[in-house]
Design a protein around this ligand. Structure first.
Ligand code: ATP
Length: 316
């Protein structure tokens, strides 16, 4: 990755933030390149919203530095916010006004012109939102759509989206993911937090996983997926108790489960498959199914009670 400062949309260095005596961010580092879609994953309370708020100077960190689009949000908050589209995790809107009035107010606040107005109208149509509705009469999902339009309508250089698809139906979720892809095509950077791993896998170029205020994994979505153990299910024509015992001795191969008749083995293959294939060649194999872990499995390997990672490590 080219991490020349001018190529970075976001640069977070050793950022810490506490609420009273509770340390919510423990010295996190993040770099997001211009033009990339970056997924920020973590369980409830991990620190995602706190990090995003620091990027917009909505809250101040205790220590560390943040640079957004080459600017310091603390010394240059107006310029930073002008070039960003922000969807907060908890949207608060004036209940007694209409969708149209909210969007017009935000457009004027940002100094947006006719293009911004046209774009807001297009997005409302795309998201199937009636702009004449009163905010107080909107469902949760429809309120979320207002926030999404507000974030996208001025075609910002950087979109900071805190759980953008939360509360939306699957069809509208797809529309929002298309909007993210379209923004990337037009050169914008998108940083979004999410609990929906399938959507992160589908659209993020890179992913960071945050846990208890610390970044525990960061990398290209594709390499996070490719460097992981495979799962394999092998069905034999006969009982293979002896083979199951041999397997434990093979490097990087773990026996996950065996059926009571000894014909079906579930394996975790963490490394070269070659040794295993050679060993299998001596038996009558009826079928083999292999499965690469998806992002969900990787995510759970950090949070699951007995994680795949612990399992692999204990068994080495
Ligand atoms: P979620 O996925 O549930 O939105 P998150 O990853 O966005 O979670 P944050 O909202 O950043 O997490 O919260 C991180 C931690 O900081 C949590 O333990 C939360 O309870 C705590 N926290 C957040 N805001 C405050 C606050 N204003 N005062 C005290 N504690 C806070």
């Amino acid at each position: 990755m080219n991490d020349k400062e001018s190529d970075l949309a976001i640069h977070v260095d050793n950022l810490s933030k506490s609420y009273g005596s509770f340390l919510a961010l423990k010295g996190i580092d993040l770099t997001v390149c211009r033009g990339e879609v970056f997924g920020f994953l973590g369980p409830n309370g991990a620190g995602k919203t706190t990090a995003i708020r620091c990027m917009l100077d909505l809250i101040r960190p205790d220590s560390g530095t943040v640079s957004v689009l080459g600017r310091d949000p603390q010394s240059d908050p107006v310029a930073v916010r002008q070039h960003c589209g922000y969807l907060p995790g908890e949207l608060r809107l004036d209940e007694n006004t209409s969708v149209h009035s909210v969007l017009e107010f935000l457009r004027e606040l940002r100094g947006g012109g006719k293009d911004c107005q046209r774009r807001a109208k297009e997005l409302a149509e795309q998201l199937d939102l009636n702009v004449r509705s009163k905010i107080k009469n909107l469902s949760k999902g429809n309120k979320q759509k207002v926030g999404i339009i507000a974030a996208f309508m001025h075609c910002p250089d950087l979109l900071l989206l805190d759980e953008p698809t939360s509360g939306l139906d699957p069809l509208i979720q797809q529309t929002v993911l298309e909007m993210v892809k379209e923004s990337r095509r037009s050169g914008a950077t998108v940083f979004f937090s999410s609990h929906v791993l399938a959507e992160v896998q589908a659209i993020a170029d890179r992913v960071a996983i945050i846990r208890e205020g610390q970044i525990v994994e960061v990398g290209k979505t594709s390499s996070l997926l490719s460097g992981r153990a495979w799962r394999m299910k092998v069905i034999f024509a006969e009982n293979t108790q002896i083979f199951a015992e041999k397997i434990e001795a093979l490097p990087g191969i773990l026996l996950d489960a065996m059926s009571s008749d000894g014909r079906e083995l579930k394996l975790i293959v963490d490394g070269e498959m070659d040794e295993l294939i050679k060993a299998l060649a001596g038996y009558h194999v009826e079928s083999i199914e292999t499965e690469r872990p998806d992002l969900e499995e990787i995510f759970l390997s950090y949070y699951g009670e007995v994680s795949e990672r612990d399992y692999l490590e204990k068994s080495k």
